[in-house]
Design a protein around this ligand. Structure first.
Ligand code: CUA
Length: 540
């Protein structure tokens, strides 16, 4: 009995210790115990009311139990005595307990209802908050008739990322919600596919993003800073990786952000359209650049950034899903990338862009992360749709492979039969060895099984990587140190398995396999991905 009591006391101490440390730890980016706005504050207050109340209940009920256990326990010599008098059915006790429970429920209901009231009414013209009408504080251009309205952001949930659209300002951004400090912002919450949930723990949440229905909430942040958010409703394979960030800025900084974002992006390397009349706009420059890159590539495709832009707008097909304002890229299936290099995270908040100063972009880290993300996104965010929708890059992996090239890589006829080609299809491929073999595949599944076999090795070495042209910078970008790299080079024939984590080794294997595939299909080469990363880094 004593052990049980000691155990309960120990557990209570652990719970108290853990709860007392959570709010004070600066590394818990998603702590609801560290509120930075009235909604989060109200939610914390409500939470604490129930915590103290239930703690009181716990002590009262637990104390009564302990008292009864000790007072009425069987003592030596009690064996033959009858049961003590039983006290149930006492009307005073029972009515007292019912009355007490009702009182406690009412006690919790009062702040709960007040909280619902607070979240449910947009606080315009209330003295507690600064006037939040757009026209009273925003100095930039706003559309007609919007002056009297509160700043609105349309939040869309996608599998598995967030888009933020500012209809009054004409801005669309991805995965980073930028808002001014101390101003009421109205969020219209929608989903493009399944149910998601918007949750920014230190500021407000959670409200579901539902298909076919618009929910709304208002938020207000008291302190400038970089905040961490999360989808809080299970929404499929990459749900755990559906994060977002929020930048809360001083009013002037917010206005600067708006005008910077509205400017859009310039053509690569500052290319300017030959002016016919007046100053060409950024759109004109882009149009002229696109024309020149088609008609006279040597004149503009002269460095890594320009090559990356050409790949992005062309053969790598990024523009099927992504938009870059002013440029020919106008896809809307993936995040708008206009300011991607100005954002403090990549890949829906998974990869940091931060350096020593929290919230500041770290350029070398960003370049590595951009390269890692675009070239091997499945290894960072399993299940993401970048390569797997019909428009996605999976088609690039499957297109352009010929029977002749497979033979050169020692892919046998048996293996082709094994992945699902029929003997007749095999005969047809052999009759035309330089034809695209995907035309013979009955389903894309057959092609996917085939490409999973290309370049597959049980173990990879440094010389394998070098033999397909993988550069050292690609190895370093995976997080290996310069010493590791030196060691890999001096033992070039040895398996790379001993270096780094198993996850890092997996990345090196994928690097080799993808490069072999890039040699025979339309999949971009490792160098192409570096170029794309260089181009993306100019979007700031
Ligand atoms: Cu979106 Cu979970």
């Amino acid at each position: 009995m004593n052990k049980i009591i000691l155990g309960i006391l120990g557990l209570l101490l652990i719970v108290l210790y853990v709860t007392s440390t959570i709010g004070s730890d600066p590394v818990t980016h998603q702590s609801t115990l560290d509120p930075k706005g009235p909604i989060a504050q109200m939610q914390l207050d409500l939470f604490m009311v129930t915590v103290w109340l239930t703690l009181g209940l716990f002590i009262a009920v637990g104390g009564a139990l302990l008292y009864a256990v000790f007072k009425f326990r069987e003592k030596p010599g009690d064996e033959d005595k009858p049961l003590p008098e039983q006290g149930h059915g006492n009307p005073l006790t029972e009515i007292g307990l019912i009355g007490g429970s009702v009182f406690l429920l009412v006690f919790i209901a009062v702040p709960t209802v007040k909280g619902i009231w607070l979240t449910h009414e947009l606080p315009v013209d209330q003295p507690y908050y600064e006037p939040s009408k757009l026209g009273t504080w925003f100095k930039g251009d706003i559309s007609e008739g919007e002056e009297d309205k509160v700043l609105e952001v349309n939040v869309y949930g996608w599998q598995w990322w967030f888009s933020f659209e500012y209809p009054q300002l004409g801005i669309t951004t991805g995965n980073e919600l930028v808002i001014p400090k101390g101003k009421v912002v109205k969020l219209n919450l929608r989903s493009v596919d399944v149910i998601h949930s918007f949750w920014l723990p230190k500021i407000a949440g959670k409200v579901d993003l539902m298909p076919g229905r618009t929910n709304w909430m208002w938020i207000l942040a008291d302190e400038p800073g970089h905040y961490y958010g999360q989808c809080a409703e299970y929404c499929g394979e990459a749900h755990a990786y559906m994060l977002f960030r929020s930048d809360v800025m001083e009013t002037e900084d917010f206005e600067a952000w708006v005008s910077k974002t509205l400017k859009g992006s310039a053509a690569p390397n500052g290319f300017t359209a030959p002016s016919t009349e007046g100053t060409p706009t950024l759109k004109d420059n882009w149009a002229a650049w696109s024309k020149a890159s088609r008609e006279n590539p040597e004149s503009v495709i002269n460095n890594s950034v320009a090559r990356g832009a050409q790949l992005f707008m062309g053969s790598a097909q990024c523009i099927v899903c992504h938009a870059v304002d002013n440029s020919p890229a106008a896809g809307n299936r993936g995040p708008n990338l206009t300011q991607v290099a100005f954002r403090k995270s990549l890949a829906a908040g998974i990869l940091d862009n931060q350096g020593d100063v929290p919230g500041e972009v770290d350029d070398p880290k960003q370049l590595d992360n951009l390269y890692n993300w675009v070239s091997k996104s499945q290894l960072y965010k399993p299940g993401n749709l970048m390569y797997f929708t019909d428009a996605g890059l999976i088609n690039q992996k499957m297109a352009g492979i010929t029977y002749g090239e497979l033979t050169a890589l020692s892919i046998s006829d048996d293996l082709l039969l094994d992945v699902g080609f029929t003997p007749e299809q095999l005969t047809a491929m052999k009759a035309e060895t330089d034809g695209d073999i995907s035309q013979y595949a009955d389903t894309t599944f057959v092609m996917k099984r085939l490409i999973a076999q290309i370049g597959r090795k049980s173990t990879v070495t440094y010389s394998d990587l070098a033999s397909v042209g993988i550069e050292d910078r690609s190895i370093l970008a995976k997080g290996f140190s310069a010493e590791d790299l030196q060691d890999m080079k001096s033992n070039a024939q040895d398996s790379l398995k001993g270096y780094g984590t198993s996850r890092q080794y997996k990345q090196l294997k994928a690097l080799y396999q993808d490069e072999v595939l890039a040699g025979i299909s339309n999949w971009p080469s490792d160098k192409d991905f570096w170029d794309i990363a260089h181009y993306l880094q100019t979007l700031n």
